[in-house]
Design a protein around this ligand. Sequence first.
Ligand code: AVI
Length: 315
Amino acid sequence: MTKENTFLEDIDLGLSSEKKFISSHFFYDKIGDELFQKIMELPEYYLTNCELEIFRDQSESIISSFDIIKDQEFELIELGAGDGKKTQYLLDNLLKNGYNFKYIPVDISQNSLDVISDRLVNLFPYLTLEAKQGEYFTVLDELFSSEKPKVILFIGSNLGNLNDEVAHDFLNKLATHLKPNEKLLLGLDLIKSREIVLPAYNDAQGVTREFNMNLLKRINEDLGANFILENFKHQPEYTEEGFAKSYLVSKIKQEVYVKDLDKTFEFDENEKIHTEISRKYNDEILNDLLKNSSLEISDKFLDSKNYFADYILTK
Ligand code: AVI
C-alpha cells in the first residue's frame, strides 16, 4: 500500500464518519514540519522550554537514574528525534563524564535525521551516532536484536498525541523489548489550568492555526479537494481532566468535493473535524497506562514551574 493510498483512505474514513476526524500524523509534511519548529519557539508553547530546562539543569541526576555503570557500553535510542536541542544537554553530560555509549536517533523523516546528525556531530566530534530511519516499531525490532544495554528516550510529550488506549498499547509493546532494569525516559506535559494550556494551542501569531489549517491545504493539493480555507476556523478546546483537543470548524453549511475520491462531503454550520489530541498527564494517569506493562515509575524530574515531567520508567 502506498503512502498516498493511506492518506486517501484515511481522509475518506475520517470525513465520512459521523463525527469527522483527520489523524494528526498528517500534520507533518514539509510545511507542517517547519510550522511545528516555529510552534516550539512561540512564547505560549511552554512545553519546549520547560523540558529544555529539565535537561539543562538536571542532566546529571537524569543520567544517575539510568543506573548505568561508567565502563559499560550502552545504546541511547531516541524515538522521534526532532531537532536534538534538548537531548544535546544529556549527550554533553554523558560525554564529559566519560560514558561509553552510542546515540541512535530514530525518525520517519530522513531529512530530520540528516539535520540532527550534522548538528550533533559538529557539536560533539567524539559522539558515536548512528541514525536509523523508519517507523518506531519496525526499527525497534531491528535495534533490539543487539545485546547491548539500552536506554530509550521518548520526550516532548509525543505520547500525548495518542489516545489512552493506543498509548497503553505503545508502552506495553515498548516494554516487551526492554530487559529487566532497562529504562525508558518519557517526557510528558502535566495537567494544569486552561489559562496556560489553551494559549499554547492558540497562539497570538496564529502559527498553530496555520499548522491545523495546513491539513486542508494538503488535502486540496494532494487529493484534489476544493476546501475553501476561509470557510473553516481553528478551534482548540481543553477539559481540566487533561484533554487538549484541536478542531477545524465549518463556519457555514457547505459541500467539499474530493476529486481523487470522486466524493462530496457535507458540512453543517459549526460542524467540527477533530484533528488532534494533546493529552496532559499526572502520576495516576501514567500509572493507569502502565498497568500490566511491567514498567514502573522509578524517578521523576520536574521543571521549576511544575508544568512538565520527565519520568524514568524501569522494567
Ligand atoms: C508533537 N506534539 C507533542 C505537539 C503537541 O503539543 O501536541 C504537536 C502540536 N500541536 C499543536 N501544537 C503543537
